[in-house]
Design a protein around this ligand. Sequence first.
Ligand code: GUN
Length: 284
Amino acid sequence: MIINGKELSKSIKEGLAERVVALEKEHGRTPNLIVVLVGDDPGSVSYVTGKAKAATEVGIRNTTLRRDVSITQEELLDIIAELNNDADVDGILVQLPLPKHIDEQKVIAAISPEKDVDAFHPLNVASLWLKQPCILPCTPKGIIKLLKFAGVDIAGKEAVVVGRSNIVGQPVAKLLLEENATVTVAHSKTVNLAEVTRRADILVVAIGRERLVTADMIKPGAVVIDVGVNRDSRTGKLCGDVDFEAAQHVASAITPVPGGVGPMTIACLMENTVEAFEKRVTNK
Ligand code: GUN
């Protein structure tokens, strides 16, 4: 089975659009998301365009603030302070990566935690690890939704996450643990990676290396979630971290790239924005 992230994200966005209509009737305004994009990296521009399009579809007001790559850290922090203080702003997202002269962690920590729809703020990260109610990071949240959509019973399964980033690897490992999987986190220094990945009933790959996971590294019948977004060095097309062509014949279910995890990340960002808005208007 090919897990259709596009289809699931569409149904999530349709549900959110209805919720936004109802919320507007009740509270007299719609959610407002501000995306800050520094520089003109084509990958980042493309992500931000996708986020803005999805927000508009859902009925979320949205603005992308584009700033030159030469912006100073202080100027960026001033923009964030202004957005934090603006009662009409519900969600703030600073597209990463930022230019080298800006301290990313400092910028993330400056975002008001209740407007931090990426869930990258230290308080939101801590809440996740302490099992406190919080905004969940979009890609990990989307991966759990994809597994449930595919009918995977996560509890008790061997889950292997390849990659240990703050954005995906570590938080998805935590969410899988919360779903009662037995979780292993492998990474670039793991010795005999194939032996580790072959243990997985659920294999999540988020390492950012084209076709790192080949069919022989997958246990027959495993469920494979490919978070990778790479340019195929042969065709120039988008491809994942898993050799999809061969892997689809070994896995019982697998996400394609594109059309798997990517649309779910965006759908979850929309959900986080609507939830942040709801929380603010109802003072919960
Ligand atoms: N850059 C790559 N992924 C992400 C993401 O999920 N959020 C932000 N803000 N930047 C990113």
